[in-house]
Each structure stands twice: as structure tokens, then as C-alpha cells.
Unconditional design. Sequence first.
Lengths: 114, 115
Amino acid sequence: DTGVSQDPRHKITKRGQNVTFRCDPISEHNRLYWYRQTLGQGPEFLTYFQNEAQLEKSRLLSDRFSAERPKGSFSTLEIQRTEQGDSAMYLCASSRGGAYNEQFFGPGTRLTVL
Amino acid sequence: AQSVTQLDSQVPVFEEAPVELRCNYSSSVSVYLFWYVQYPNQGLQLLLKYLSGSTLVKGINGFEAEFNKSQTSFHLRKPSVHISDTAEYFCAVSGLYNQGGKLIFGQGTELSVKP
């Protein structure tokens, strides 16, 4: 299966700890997106990359959040000094360029901050 | 800026009955429209999309949707549902000239198909 993969699938951490998530997109896709989904809500856009360049960040992405996509392949999303409000499902998606192209989603990483 | 409203948070329906999941959007620019489905413990999967042309769009698993520009709606329909259609359904938009392609999602509609 060559779909989008995310690791880990679940993460439980204590408030104040740092966490890092990884996303491996479909190999030929140059765009990579991060979304956050809380219970009972639709996904909310966080940030996206075109190759290795981070081109847009949502206001939801506070300075505790940082994302990278070195070499335009996999991406990492790090949350520093986690807060209980960070508890959510973090979704990664990838696509070929263009707003009209389908975004393929990974299974997500569920973060629980105690 | 765009926003999406899914008018029903939950839709219970019996197997083989027709179903309509409602979606309205707001945007100051033209948009692309999408419906995604999320099965339990799985990633979102594209059902169908409207880019341009015919306002009736057919997707996978027998679903279709109709774009209505005057009512800014993009309702999803299926003439006869199966138990396997039980899932969360999300309507989403992307601005036509938003080169980044970020999706703005609605709150989701939980479709529950009962035998």
C-alpha cells in the first residue's frame, strides 16, 4: 500500500511535554498538508508545504507548533509544551499541485494530553 | 474567506432508503467543492468533487451531489443506502484562486444506516 502513513497512531503525554509526529506522503505528491480534528468537528487547516517550502500557516498554529518537510519528502509536526487543549486528531494529507486535486489523507495521530 | 455549514449533525436512515446530506457554503470567490467520507479508524476518502461544468456530479459507491450556485449548496444524495455506508461525511470547499488548495471543512454529518 503506497498511501499516506502517519506515526505514531496514538500518543499520550503529560502537559508540558514535547511531542513530534511524522507523516510520509505519497511519493510523487509535492504538496503536504496538516489538519487538526477535534471531537465532533471537521478537520481544520494548520499548514501546508510545496516540496520543502512551508507556504501557509493558519492562525491556529501558535508558536508552540513547528512543522518541517526536509528534502520535500516526509514531514514532522512538533508541539512544544503541550496543553490539554492540544488534544485532538492530527491529520496529514498529500496531493499533486493545484487546488482542484484530491488530497489523500493518512489515518491520523490521536494526541491525548493529560 | 470561506465557510461550510452541514445542516444535520446526525442522519439515521433505514437500509435501502434514500438519503440526502445537506451542505451550504459561503464564499466571496468561486470555489471547488468536495465530499469526503470517514469510516471508523480510517482516513478521509474522497467521494466526489465539483470543479466546473455539469452541476450534477457522480462519485464512488453510488453517491452523487448537485451544485446549486444560487443557493450556495452542494447536497449529497444516494437513492438506496447500505449498512456499509454508515460513516461520517464531510463537505469541504477550496477557493478557486487559492493556489495552496487548503480545504475548509464543515462540521460533519454522521450517517447511521439501520437494518
